[in-house]
Design a protein around this ligand. Sequence first.
Ligand code: SF4
Length: 283
Amino acid sequence: MNGLKVNLHITETCNYRCRHCFAHFDKRTDLPLKSWLAIIDNFKSSKIVSAINFAGGEPVFYRGFNELLRYAKESSFEVSLISNGSLLLDEKFFPAENFIYLSTLGISVDSLNENILLKLGRCDAKHNVLSENKLCELINTAKRINPSIKIKFNTVISQLNLHEHLTQIEQKIHIDRWKFLKVKAFDDNNFSNLDILVTDDEFSYFINRNKRSEGPAILEKSTARSYIVIDNQGNLLDNYNEQYEIVGNLLHESFAEVFSRYQFDRELYESRYIQTASEDRSF
Ligand code: SF4
């Protein structure tokens, strides 16, 4: 198989407040750009990483994101981005030329209904949401600038969007890959989403109502030890049992050394990329 894909959660900053957000790593200050450039060099030296996915938070809020994106591409990595999409048509945050650097643009799409988006917290402080029209405009723009870009959607199923027929959007735009996840429970003093959890039967109900017209529905059951996540301090995290424990820091050790201590579930990792024979493994 090709080299590994790593997921860099470069910032926790986000303009949305999603009720299912798990991007909380407890260290708020982002690393400076030179540190991330060094980490990208670290991946390159390891010779076992071939793809970098930028995630967050909302990655475009990272200062220096455009330079980081370009550097990753120029370092010969396959580059992808997972974003809430809200600022990707805003030149201040994301110059349009950036689409050229991406092999895959991933967008989190949990609803096409503005009221539901507001209830989900998928809105900025002024209650602006990514409407269906804006979403289509974003995808059409990305494809116009980079015709070979792949489009991936991630959808989290909760009580709030359970009855939606999201896949009807495929009548308007082509989506290369679509991943569906069950909302994960969070409950602490400041934050609880226990009221929007869904059962396995409800999850199946959503999937059955949302048959895709153009491709398979990818059902993400577990990412435990099969998702290579680096937090915004440059730590490789072990997400076993839904806990995040630091394996090592990529500013202080080589990626190969840190990764050798990670009890990586290669079988589960690889299964994510071969659920269908026709899928492009680069996602
Ligand atoms: S858009 Fe993503 S990072 Fe931002 S709050 Fe929602 S899930 Fe979290």
